[in-house]
Ligand binder design. Sequence first.
Ligand SMILES: C[C@H](O)[C@@H](O)CC(=O)C(=O)O
Ligand SMILES: [Mg+2]
Length: 479
Amino acid sequence: MVRGRISRLSVRDVRFPTSLGGHGADAMVSADAMVSADAMVSADAMVSADAMVSADAMVSADAMHTDPDYSAAYVVIETDAEDGIKGCGITFTLGKGTEVVVCAVNALAHHVLNKDLKDIVGDFRGFYRQLTSDGQLRWIGPEKGVVHLATAAVLNAVWDLWAKQEGKPVWKLLVDMDPRMLVSCIDFRYITDVLTEEDALEILQKGQIGKKEREKQMLAQGYPAYTTSCAWLGYSDDTLKQLCAQALKDGWTRFKVKVGADLQDDMRRCQIIRDMIGPEKTLMMDANQRWDVPEAVEWMSKLAKFKPLWIEEPTSPDDILGHATISKALVPLGIGIATGEQCHNRVIFKQLLQAKALQFLQIDSCRLGSVNENLSVLLMAKKFEIPVCPHAGGVGLCELVQHLIIFDYISVSASLENRVCEYVDHLHEHFKYPVMIQRASYMPPKDPGYSTEMKEESVKKHQYPDGEVWKKLLPAQEN
Ligand SMILES: C[C@H](O)[C@@H](O)CC(=O)C(=O)O
Ligand SMILES: [Mg+2]
């Protein structure tokens, strides 16, 4: 039973210095500037202040994410109910970006404070619309960029609170929810030309057939995953080989490699990985928006010999027609286009689908407007029969998105064909309910909530700029 009035909202800037080990880097970092990847295995194995590399030292002219300190704007909402249950929400950012998102969360807070949770979830579409239509904040969106990341953090906290009060993990809350209620959480504004409320209801009603069996299957086998942990651009060949060998030992069969900085370097690294994983295992490539459209086609035609399943983010995430052109050129070579981790909202996804611009759709639990907007994208993907292969990694993205993709399989897609969810092996130790991977698959979480709650000691230690970790690092940065 949903209860309580939201009495408090707090938001904190939590940053992990992952860039020190080259983790998460999708841009080349000069060898001199690099700190050994081994130095940064966990937050506790912190590198010393001397090892801190200034961002400027790493940035090259065509840099993408050279120094990604994985970070989160971490929102906690409390209610006046006696149960003391809190809702925790995050959105994923990189370093400095967090302080901007924190401001936006504070600017949105008045929409949540003093609201009854039952009124929020009783008209979730209306509440979503209220947050995304704030008369003044809308101008710096709408439904995109910082303000939308902030919306995601707040709504993720609301979903966590709701699921915790119901005593269910979010995936199960969604699976058990009546299709009409699910539909009532979605804002269909701007997408009714491809998905109406009636279409959504029909898809969800069809999804009821065989639901119990699929739930059992998920609980027994989990949802298939691929790993991005072996081949960040910041890793040396030796680190790549070592991580790849370990991943093979651990049973991984699908691997993603970062490409796009230097063709000869890509050729060498892709050859190393193919040699290690053999011809049958799956290889994906990720360019993180590196190329212009013709360049993407040309570059990928050269990497085609390594048989990638997809090229991810070949160009600007906003260039829908550019993606369509690339897709037309590369699909005959057996390479699909994957994109979504920086897709602003459901409208961009709608157009990517309409333009046949992607073969794999990558939802992101913290970029779109939480579960609400992700539901609309899952349903559109189903309508267009495009497999959803979520973006995860960062900090907490695996924890959240597993709920969405497990729900998608049980209640929407009913298929595992060509579907796989990203996994990155960083920072899970900071979560109270970390993901569980078995046999290279996500095992459905059993704890109530959205797996968003962080350990308080981790938050305290990594809070920027006054957490213990940053107090040690910052003086070196200032020198
Ligand atoms: C900056 C991030 O690490 C980004 O490179 C992640 C990404 O593209 C992915 O996981 O895919
Ligand atoms: Mg990517």
